[in-house]
Design a protein around this ligand. Structure first.
Ligand SMILES: [Zn+2]
Ligand SMILES: [Zn+2]
Length: 203
C-alpha cells in the first residue's frame, strides 16, 4: 500500500534531517498560507522575506513555493526569526515573528551540551541526550499553541521588484561572464566580485 507522505515528512526529506529550526519553518509556512489564503488567487505570486538563513527556510521554500531560484524568496541577513509574506497583487502581507522562548535554550545544561556536541567532545551518552533533547524541542515547536509560538501581524506593503534578467559582461581576470548589476571595475576593467579584491575598511 502506498501512503501519501505528510507535509512534515516531505520537508524532512528535502532538508535532510528533522530539527527544531525546520519545525519553526514548517509552522511559519502553514500559518502564512492559512492567513493569506483568502487574499491569494490561484496564480498570484507570493513573496517571502526571510530574516535568517537557517534550517527553517527550507520548509518555507518547499511548502509556500517561495524559492531562491524563482526570485520570490528574499533573504535579509538580520539574524532574526521573522518571516514576512506578501501577495504581489493585493499587497496584503503577514509578518510572523517567532517568540524566543520556543527554542527552549535556557533549560539547564542545554548550551553546554550543544557546545560539546558541535565541538566534537561529547561522549556517546551526551550525544544521545542531545539527540533526545532536539527531538523534544522539535515536537514542542510543532505542537505549541500558536500564541506561544509566534506573533502574527497583518499589514499591507509594497512587494519587492520582480526578479530581473541582466546582460553579462566578461570578467577580464577570470574570463567568466558576470551579470552587469554585479560587475566591479578593477584596474579600469570589468571584474567579477571574487576577482575584484574589494577594498574594505571593515565597515
Ligand atoms: Zn536542520
Ligand atoms: Zn573573475
Amino acid at each position: 500500500m502506498c501512503m501519501a507522505k505528510t507535509d512534515w515528512e516531505r520537508v524532512v526529506e528535502f532538508h535532510g534531517h528533522s530539527c527544531p529550526g525546520l519545525a519553526v519553518g514548517y509552522r511559519v509556512a502553514k500559518i502564512a498560507l492559512r492567513e493569506l489564503a483568502e487574499h491569494r488567487a490561484k496564480d498570484e505570486e507570493l513573496v517571502a522575506i526571510v530574516e535568517n538563513d537557517a534550517c527553517g527556510v527550507d520548509a518555507i521554500q518547499l511548502l509556500t513555493g517561495c524559492t531562491l531560484g524563482k526570485g520570490n524568496l528574499i533573504y535579509r541577513d538580520y539574524g532574526k526569526h521573522v518571516f514576512t509574506f506578501i501577495c504581489r497583487d493585493s499587497r496584503k502581507a503577514v509578518r510572523i515573528s517567532v517568540r524566543g522562548g520556543v527554542w527552549r535554550q535556557d533549560e539547564a545544561g542545554y548550551r553546554e551540551l550543544r557546545a560539546k556536541v558541535f565541538g566534537g567532545t561529547a561522549s556517546p551518552q551526551e550525544r544521545e541526550l542531545f539527540r533526545r533533547h532536539q527531538e523534544e524541542r522539535t515536537r514542542y515547536i510543532l505542537e505549541a499553541p500558536e500564541e506561544e509560538f509566534c506573533v502574527v501581524r497583518h499589514t499591507t506593503m509594497e512587494p519587492p521588484p520582480r526578479a530581473r534578467i541582466f546582460n553579462s559582461v566578461t570578467c577580464a581576470f577570470c574570463g567568466e561572464p558576470v551579470a552587469e548589476a554585479r560587475a566591479r571595475v578593477r584596474e579600469g576593467k570589468f571584474a567579477c566580485i571574487p576577482c575584484a579584491g574589494e577594498y574594505s575598511r571593515g565597515w
